[in-house]
Design a protein around this ligand. Structure first.
Ligand code: LLP
Length: 410
């Protein structure tokens, strides 16, 4: 989070001292900075100012209703992947004509609901799904605007568990199948294929691979023109990465914006993005208390009151989320330390540090960059209630989702 700073050894977000929350709140909890989210949105919009795309927020990254309402106020649309996310987007006030629906496994019920709501585009990911959308539309006596997601067979440099654009991945359809469907479009009288979508994966730092995608999409558009089929939208998905390590390079949004702007001027289609992580990722922290510090051989284990059930990314993808103490000590640990959670799995770890500022039981730390795929990936594993969520905005704190009660889980 750009806004985190130490002043007199105490950790602050802007002018807000994090320790001051602890008198009122039980740990662990999520804390999101709305100011950081707004800063991220400003950066994205500035880079895209030449072509003003529709930016749909990928709700899977963070589904907190209060955050979604704020994103809606900033004119963002929504990218949803289930009827649950679709209902949530509508509840947040997002207009149906700013909602796209992705996903390989949409059910009859989900498709029917999306058609009835008249969303901007159902982005179909298989011929079977296209047929189903056509059949349901026919029954409802409607013509539905849809998109088709292509699988570009382009490998993005990222963790293989979150890459989606390669031919071995389940997403989208091949370009030749896409063109065959366009040629056979008279068989689908109740749909209008007016969007092409592509999403090659998440946490991508290098814009080169996006340039490859843009070139490929341009080639597909030439083929579409030969088939006398025109489309209104190109949906370029999301995936723009954020630095998790302090020295990681940042995603070059400015150059990315210029590349897409060139594409836009050439192709004259409206552009859509489905951005999740870049908008909320660096806005969220988990504040956690140290329950025990125990030593096994040469290592100190710092046992936190939060674990992989609250923040699964480190356990699932081996990712690094820097942990920062709320109060810095002038002393340091002489041995290695490892932050771990209370869950009964060895994967419940948040990383090993050398020369870390000295800590005591009962003190507090925060886990950084948890604003995307933090809460949304969390679970009740080990019968642990989902934790409270707070938003900080203009130095004011607000609870935006309550901690679950154990009784509700039983
Ligand atoms: N559009 C589609 C079709 C997607 O599948 C995704 C993410 C996005 C947009 C948004 O991507 P973003 O801008 O957030 O990178 N749980 C993993 C990430 C999984 C991403 C799934 N799809 C993680 O914690 O890294």
């Amino acid at each position: 989070m750009d806004l985190l700073k130490f002043k007199n050894k105490k950790l602050y977000i802007d002018n807000f001292k994090l320790e001051s929350i602890l008198k009122k709140k039980e740990t662990p909890f999520y804390l999101y900075s709305l100011d950081q989210i707004k800063k991220n949105i400003r950066q994205v919009k500035l880079s895209f100012k030449n072509f003003k795309p529709l930016i749909c927020y990928a709700i899977k990254a963070n589904s907190n209703l209060s955050i979604l309402k704020e994103l809606n106020k900033s004119n963002l649309g929504a990218d949803v992947v289930s009827i649950g996310e679709l209902k949530l987007a509508l509840k947040a006030g997002v207009k149906p004509d700013k909602i796209v629906f992705s996903g390989v496994g949409k059910t009859d019920k989900e498709i029917k609901f999306a058609i009835q709501k008249g969303i901007l585009s159902i982005n179909a990911e298989s011929r079977n799904e296209i047929e189903l959308i056509n059949n349901i539309s026919k029954k409802l006596k409607k013509t539905t605007n849809i998109g088709i997601r292509i699988n570009p067979n382009i490998k993005a440099k990222t963790n293989k568990k979150i890459a989606t654009g390669n031919k071995v991945n389940k997403f989208g359809i091949s370009i030749s199948d896409f063109l065959n469907i366009i040629q056979a479009k008279k068989n689908y009288k109740n749909i209008n294929i007016y969007l092409l979508s592509v999403h090659i994966g998440s946490q991508i730092m290098d814009i080169k691979v996006y340039k490859k995608v843009l070139n490929l999409v341009s080639k597909v558009l030439i083929k579409l023109r030969k088939l006398k089929h025109s489309i209104n939208y190109v949906d370029l998905g999301g995936g723009m990465g954020i630095p998790y390590f302090k020295n990681d390079k940042k995603f070059n949004f400015k150059d990315f914006g210029l590349a897409v702007s060139k594409f836009y001027q050439k192709e004259k289609v409206k552009i859509i993005f489905e951005i999740g992580r870049f908008i909320t990722g660096n806005s969220g922290l988990i504040i956690s208390k140290i329950i025990y510090i125990k030593k096994i051989n040469d290592r100190y284990f710092i046992i936190l009151d939060t674990g992989m059930n609250d923040m699964a990314r480190s356990a699932i993808y081996d990712t690094f989320h820097e942990i920062i103490p709320l109060q810095k000590s002038s002393k340091k640990f002489k041995k290695k330390i490892e932050f771990v959670g209370p869950i009964c799995e060895s994967s419940d770890t948040f990383g090993v540090y050398k020369n870390y500022s000295s800590l005591k039981e009962g003190e507090y730390v925060c886990i950084t960059n948890c604003g995307a795929y933090g809460r949304t990936l969390s679970s009740n594993y080990n019968m642990r209630p989902l934790i409270e969520e707070l938003i900080l905005s203009n130095n004011k704190l607000k609870t935006v989702r309550l901690r679950q009660k154990i009784e509700d889980l039983i």
